[in-house]
Write a protein that binds this ligand. Sequence first.
Ligand code: HEM
Length: 253
Amino acid sequence: MLTGHHSRVTDARRQLTVELISGASGLVLALFMWGHMILVGSILTGARGFDWLAGTLEIYYIAQPTVVVILALFLIHAALASRKIPAQLAERRRMIELGKTLAHAGRDRPANASAISPLQAHVESQLWIWQVRTGMVVLVLGSFHVILLGLDVLTPLFGERPGIEALTSAARVKAGLWLPYAILLVCVEFHASVGLYRLAIKWGAGRLLSRRTTRRIESVLLWFFLGLGVVVLLVLAEVLPPPFEFLLTEPVT
Ligand code: HEM
């Protein structure tokens, strides 16, 4: 009897630890993604701004360990966050069915129905399903990208020296990487913003903000970083000229 209780407590403790590590690694990765988008966004000031920033992060040995740490966090997060998936796959079909029923119920409900809309449950289930789908895409394309950038930062495989350069980044984006990057961009921004939203709800944001406000913050962040990412990708692919290049042009003497 006592052994059963003891093993349940141990199991609950283990579950909590896993939950904390997967949440914390997800949080760090989502914050990294915003920082990353701003750093890669230096291409908007042209090759000079981008190369200066990349060079500085490499000279001070910030870029090299970051690639290794991000790859490790990425794999830890994927392994821990996906542990629920097999058990929930069967529930997934039921959830879609339930979602459809709830959406219909939402349509029929009287105008003065309670604040907790049945439609809300449907949206939340759909968000979770899309988070799993986008997570799988991010795992495949993101691992490829981080390994590629690891090779770029640590070896002279791309360009003439180890390190990120605007010339080689733009060349590979133009040569075809724009397509996986565009898919990765949409999936990672969706995954990170929905992940942060779910994390906020799970850890008590409801005490400070209504669910509607939390969701609105999530949408603003999603569309901002998605918009920035699209412009950055178009500049990297040399479809658009860098809009802020004039800021870094040397004065004519
Ligand atoms: C420390 C690790 C990372 C470094 C050094 C890095 C660096 C870069 C660089 C230099 C580019 C420009 C394109 C290129 O050179 O190929 C880029 C683009 C991109 N990266 Fe990363 N990255 C890292 C991690 C990640 C991760 C973990 C993700 C998402 C899972 C990601 C998603 C993207 C996307 C979507 C683009 C396309 C640019 C855009 O649409 O704005 N990166 N990254």
